[in-house]
Design a protein around this ligand. Structure first.
Ligand SMILES: [Zn+2]
Length: 218
């Protein structure tokens, strides 16, 4: 893969303190967590492919710059100046992220900005959807022997998160772009987990992952 080679040549694999290349952290039994993350990578291959196509095309056609792999071998970039002005959001498509410039932080001593971690939550959500798509695709293949149908179900896993925008519209009746975005459950989850601490003094993610040494039972 050209982006992989390019990243290795330029040393553009971002390292975050205490986080290994697969995104495993030392907090809770690193080996177990890392093995699980590698498994998740391969069961969400459809989103791996889409993420590379998305970030690769954005770089190729001049929408984005500064390619780098982040933990979990997530291909990332940031919007070029003109896109940064135009596009109000960082965007995750498949297992690929393009950040707003102000969101991205290259300091290896900092475990990501809250909005970087927000986008990472969407990667996890993609993994969940793709895993279910894999299982249903397998079932379709076993029951029908139809390879094309099974492949279509497998590939469709990358689209399932879009359903949250539709259910958000139905639930709240606000079909504006902003309304769909703010009300979608996967966005609410990502914001709730990583937003700056407001009520408890720590975000959900800080309680669960980043600063937990004992970890269990919360
Ligand atoms: Zn989001």
């Amino acid at each position: 893969m050209a982006p992989v080679a390019g990243a290795l040549v330029r040393g553009r694999i971002r390292r975050c303190a205490g986080v290994d290349v697969w995104g495993g952290t030392a907090n809770r039994g690193n080996e177990v967590k890392t093995a699980g993350r590698i498994f998740l990578y391969f069961i969400s291959l459809q989103s791996v492919i889409l993420g590379h196509l998305y970030v690769g095309a954005a770089l190729l056609f001049g929408f984005a710059r500064e390619f780098a792999y982040e933990p979990g071998l997530v291909p990332t970039a940031e919007w070029r100046d003109w896109m940064d002005k135009k596009c109000p959001y960082s965007m995750t498509i498949g297992r690929g992220i393009i950040y707003k410039q102000a969101v991205r932080d290259d300091d290896p001593e900092i475990i990501d900005t809250p909005l970087e971690r927000h986008e990472r939550k969407h990667i996890w959500q993609q993994e969940d959807c793709c895993f279910v798509a894999d299982l249903i695709a397998l079932l379709v293949f076993i029951m029908t022997g139809d390879v094309a149908a099974a492949l279509a179900v497998w590939a469709s896993g990358v689209l399932w998160l879009l359903m949250y925008f539709i259910t958000a519209g139905l639930r709240f009746g606000d079909w504006s772009h902003e309304g769909l975005y703010r009300n979608a459950e996967h966005e609410r989850s990502a914001y709730a987990q990583t937003d700056l601490p407001r009520v408890l003094g720590k975000s959900w993610e800080e309680l669960r992952e980043l600063h937990s040494t004992e970890g269990k039972g919360r």
